[in-house]
Design a protein around this ligand. Structure first.
Ligand SMILES: N[C@@H](CCC(=O)N[C@@H](CS)C(=O)NCC(=O)O)C(=O)O
Length: 214
């Protein structure tokens, strides 16, 4: 059964799903969705792909999914015996992994995505960065990264001793922010800095990120 991803190059959520597929070494068809042309808001897309009008959308035979983290979880579970094992089987290890996937979704993503929007995307769209918002979110990031630093002194990866979805989910926003002044906050914390370099240099992620330069 063919695997398909409807998505957009540069979309963090699309890139999250693609990272999981590459880690699993799976062949899939990438179907570009033009956000500027509002393809994701067409009646067809809303009715048959994602009623919330967002990318990515994943298809595996008759299964259709949206929400990037639900897609990565399905890919990790359905193709457990292929490529990198992205999930723990042991219930306790799995629970710790879930804690950190939640931390990414509830704390890291809202903070770092906001910084990325202000510092990277607004200037790209001809809008003015709100420096007060940047300062506010940089301040929020400090204690968050302190918790990450402590966690990463206990284990090499967030979810335990091996790379899992808990790490992978960070990749798109992490990549975006590491090209900005906010990188200094990561560099100031040795374990966070080593973790970021490690996961950003994974071949599967390098493959995804290279789509930006094609
Ligand atoms: N929580 C969703 C977020 C999806 C999302 O925000 N997608 C963006 C691109 S990264 C999008 O489709 N934006 C267009 C829109 O919301 O109209 C996920 O993880 O899949």
């Amino acid at each position: 059964m063919a695997l398909k991803v409807h998505g957009t190059v540069g979309s963090p959520a699309t890139f999250r799903a693609l990272a999981a597929l590459h880690e699993k070494d799976l062949d899939f068809e990438f179907i570009p969705v033009n956000l500027s042309a509002k393809e994701h808001k067409s009646p067809q897309f809303l009715a048959h792909k994602n009623p919330f009008g967002q990318v990515p959308v994943f298809e595996h035979g008759d299964l259709k999914l949206f929400e990037s983290r639900a897609i990565t979880k399905y890919v990790a579970e359905a193709f457990a015996d292929k490529g990198t094992s992205l999930i723990h089987k042991d219930p306790k290890k799995s629970a710790i992994q879930t804690v950190w996937t939640e931390v990414e979704a509830q704390k890291f993503d809202p903070t770092v995505a906001k910084l990325g929007w202000e510092i990277v995307l607004k200037p790209k769209f001809g809008m003015t960065t709100d420096e007060a918002v940047v300062a506010e979110f940089e301040k929020k990031l400090e204690p968050l990264l302190d918790v990450y630093e402590k966690r990463l002194t206990e284990s090499k990866y967030l979810g335990g001793d091996s790379f899992t979805l808990a790490d992978l989910h960070h990749l798109p926003t992490l990549q975006g922010i590491m090209g900005t002044k906010v990188k200094s906050q990561f560099d100031a914390r040795p374990h966070v800095s080593a973790w970021a370099s490690d996961i950003l240099s994974r071949p599967a992620w390098v493959k995804v990120a290279s789509m930006l330069t094609k």
